[in-house]
Design a binder for this molecule. Structure first.
Ligand code: COA
Length: 229
C-alpha cells in the first residue's frame, strides 16, 4: 500500500499508474484549490495521473491546474457463477504466459492496442511482456505467435490487461481468455471478475456480451511535465 501524502485540507496516495506513465494520485481529495496547490507542491514532479468520478468536486480543480482528460472509463463486473465455459478458437492455444515469448508479445500488443487510450499514454513497453507467473497471466498463441493476452489480479479477479490481435478478433479468443482467467480466480477462491474499460470500446462491448454489468464511471486525467510542449 502506498503511503498517503497529506497537507491541510487535501490528500492522496501516490503510486504507479496502471494506465499511464505517470505518478498515479490515488484517492485524491482537496477541500479547495489552495489545498490542492499545497498538495501538488508536496509531490515529486509531474507527470501525474488521476482517476476520479465524473461528479467528484476535485475534477474541476484538477482541470484548472492543467490535468487533461485522456479517457472516460467504466468499471464492469460480474460474478464467476454462471459464466459459460468457452473453448479456444480453432488453431489457438490458451495457457499460462511465458516471458520467453516477450518479443512476439510486443508485436501483438502494439497491433492490438494501437487505438487504445490507456496504451497510448502508457507504453510500450507496458511491462506485461514480463508478467509470467504474475497472478493470472494467460496467453493465446497461434503458430507460435502471441495473438491474445489477459492478466488479472488474484483472487480479486481484477482484469488489468486484455487484448487480441486484430487478425484474430471475433473468433472467441477474448472469451476463451476470460474463461481461463475465471478458472484461475475460482482456484484462488475469488468470486468475481472486474475491469476498467474505456466507456465506448470493443472491450466494453465484449464484457457486456459476457454478462458484465456497468458499475462506476471514471474520468482519467494526465498532467504532463511542466516543460512538455
Ligand atoms: C476487446 C477485444 C479483446 C475482443 O476480442 P475478441 O477476441 O474479438 O472477442 P470475442 O471474439 O471473444 O468476442 C465475443 C463477443 O463479444 C462481443 N464483441 C467483441 N468485440 C466486439 C466489438 N468490437 N463490437 C461489438 N461487439 C463485440 C460480440 O458479441 C462477440 O461475439 P460475436 O463475434 O459472435 O458477435 C479486442 O477487440 C481487443 O483487443 N480490442 C482492443 C483492446 C481492448 O479494448 N481491450 C479490452 C479492454 S482493456
Amino acid at each position: 500500500m502506498c503511503q498517503p501524502v497529506r497537507v491541510q485540507g487535501a490528500e492522496c496516495r501516490p503510486g504507479p499508474s496502471p494506465t499511464a506513465r505517470a505518478l498515479r494520485l490515488e484517492g485524491i481529495r482537496a477541500r479547495d484549490g489552495a489545498a490542492l496547490d499545497s498538495l501538488l507542491d508536496a509531490l515529486a514532479d509531474p507527470p501525474w495521473d488521476a482517476e476520479v468520478a465524473p461528479d467528484d468536486e476535485v475534477l474541476p480543480l484538477l482541470r484548472a491546474r492543467g490535468f487533461d482528460e485522456y479517457a472516460r472509463a467504466v468499471v464492469m463486473a460480474r460474478p464467476l457463477e454462471g459464466l459459460a465455459p468457452a473453448p479456444a478458437a480453432p488453431g489457438v492455444r490458451i495457457g499460462p504466459y511465458l516471458n520467453e515469448w516477450a518479443d512476439s508479445y510486443a508485436v501483438g500488443e502494439a497491433a492490438a492496442m494501437a487505438a487504445h487510450p490507456f496504451f497510448a499514454h502508457m507504453g510500450p513497453p507496458t511491462g506485461y511482456e514480463g508478467s509470467e507467473g504474475f497472478d493470472a497471466a494467460i496467453a493465446a498463441r497461434a503458430e507460435d505467435r502471441v495473438v491474445g493476452f489477459a492478466q488479472a489480479q488474484l483472487p480479486e479477479g481484477w482484469i488489468n490487461w486484455l487484448w487480441v490481435h486484430p487478425d484474430h478478433r471475433r473468433t472467441g479468443v477474448a472469451t476463451a481468455l476470460v474463461w481461463e482467467v475465471a478458472n484461475a480466480v475460482r482456484e484462488a477462491r475469488g468470486t468475481h471478475l472486474a475491469a476498467l474499460v474505456p466507456t465506448q470500446s470493443d472491450g466494453a462491448a465484449l464484457l457486456a456480451k459476457l454478462g458484465f454489468r456497468r458499475r462506476t464511471e471514471r474520468v482519467l486525467l494526465l498532467r504532463r511535465p511542466d516543460d512538455a510542449a
